[in-house]
Write a protein that binds this ligand. Sequence first.
Ligand SMILES: [Zn+2]
Ligand SMILES: [Zn+2]
Length: 244
Amino acid sequence: MNATLRALRGFLDVVFPPSCVHCREVVETVDGFRHLCSGCVRKLDYVTSPHCSTCGHPYYGIVEGERICPHCEGLLPTFREGRTAVLLKGPARALVHELKYHSGLQVLVDMEEIFRRAPHVLELAAGAILIPVPLHPRKYRERGYNQSELIAAHLARAAGSGARVRSLLRRTIDTDSQTHHDRRERQANLKNAFAPAERAVMNAQQHYVLVDDVFTTGSTLNSCAQALRRAGALNLDVVTFGHG
Ligand SMILES: [Zn+2]
Ligand SMILES: [Zn+2]
């Protein structure tokens, strides 16, 4: 941001102080957060070790040996490892909600701050090609942006070390509009919903990280991973902003 813009934003923040997206309190910009108040910043639940190596959800208590994670049981991952920055509740959920459903692109700077405080995520993303989970063109037109692509761009900034975003996937089936299908049919369609972008060339040695806003069942991420693997992206991990 240049000096004029910074000055303008400073001015606007004085006249219209930003309010917290979670509790609507006035935000005093401390430690980098601009859309969460200090009380809500303290409530963020960062994922730390030990955590599931597939979905990134933390394990609580004493962990010995292999453990089955209740959050991704039954998922046969076609990616190597999955990590997530925060648990998707309270203020973290409010950020995702604001971004996805209220065109709240301004909260991306707060999401970047959260990534900066999630070293296990930064470590995985550093130097990698970040591939956002794509939206179907219909959905993209409706929303005007792909939140995963924007999150990936902010993750790349936080991770540095040459991390960069490449939209190497496309969504060929509009699974969201198939509400008339039952769950099983939709799951089956999801399997084939993604394909490499035109002219995308994958390299088996290159490290790729698939990026999405949220890890829920993992089935969307797994379908994306499958399409990428088939195209030759064998060195593939997953990062999500939140798990919920
Ligand atoms: Zn708050
Ligand atoms: Zn898991």
